[in-house]
Design a protein around this ligand. Structure first.
Ligand SMILES: Cc1ncc(COP(=O)(O)O)c(C=O)c1O
Length: 204
């Protein structure tokens, strides 16, 4: 390459050099600062929380998802099709009728809980989206004492208030006591309250 042409390319080489330096620094920071401060849930049999375990499959899936960077605003692309397929599997697994059941994939259990309780609230108060809660503070729901704290937050966020969530005791296997649940529903109805939702827990 003639000296003149090389001189023209000089800024380009400087940029490459800067990028390489920034990349090396980032790698170093990753190894010395970020990795030791991770929360070490990368074991392939780590099932304690809802997040992934950092398996090779998971890493690849995240890489593909980050490269495609698809959102699900429209209905006819791969991400939306995968969502529909996964929801259909869920309908089959849980025995829901495919003709009139459906769902959404969401980012986690807290938002799933908010959407589910909003759906139950909507079924009871058909005009709630236009009229708000108004004087409908007599709605009540039931959950076992072993239920996760995100349920209470959902009641607070949806304007139902956490007092509307009635906790039912569990037996020695941590299952909700059905007789106590029946009694609570009956007594609440007698008081003029409107039971609208029972929240179940699954898993260990
Ligand atoms: C049993 C259970 N329910 C709900 C949640 C809340 O889920 P998310 O953090 O996905 O909103 C968690 C989170 O750890 C959980 O363990």
């Amino acid at each position: 390459m003639a000296a003149n042409s090389a001189r023209k390319l000089l800024p380009f080489f400087i940029v490459i050099d800067e990028v390489t330096t920034v990349y090396s620094r980032a790698e170093l920071t990753w190894a010395t600062e970020a990795t030791p401060r991770a929360i070490f849930n990368l074991h392939p049999r780590f099932w304690g929380w809802v997040k992934g375990e950092g398996t090779v499959g998971g890493v690849l899936a995240d890489m593909i998802s980050a490269s495609l960077n698809i959102n699900v605003c429209t209905n006819v692309h791969s991400a939306a099709c995968i969502e529909k397929a996964v929801i259909n599997w869920m309908l089959q697994v849980f025995g829901f009728p495919e003709e009139n059941a459906g769902g959404l994939l969401v980012s986690g259990t807290s938002i799933a809980t908010i959407i589910s309780i909003a759906t139950a609230r909507q079924r009871m108060l058909v005009n709630v989206r236009n009229e708000g809660l108004g004087n409908s503070s007599n709605l009540v729901a039931y959950a076992s004492t072993e239920t996760h704290g995100c349920i209470i937050k959902a009641f607070q966020l949806l304007g139902l208030g956490s007092d509307a969530l009635h906790f039912i005791p569990v037996d020695e296997t941590f299952c909700i006591e059905i007789s106590a649940l029946r009694t609570a529903i009956r007594e609440d109805r007698e008081k003029g309250l409107k039971p609208f939702c029972i929240i179940g827990n699954a898993g260990i």
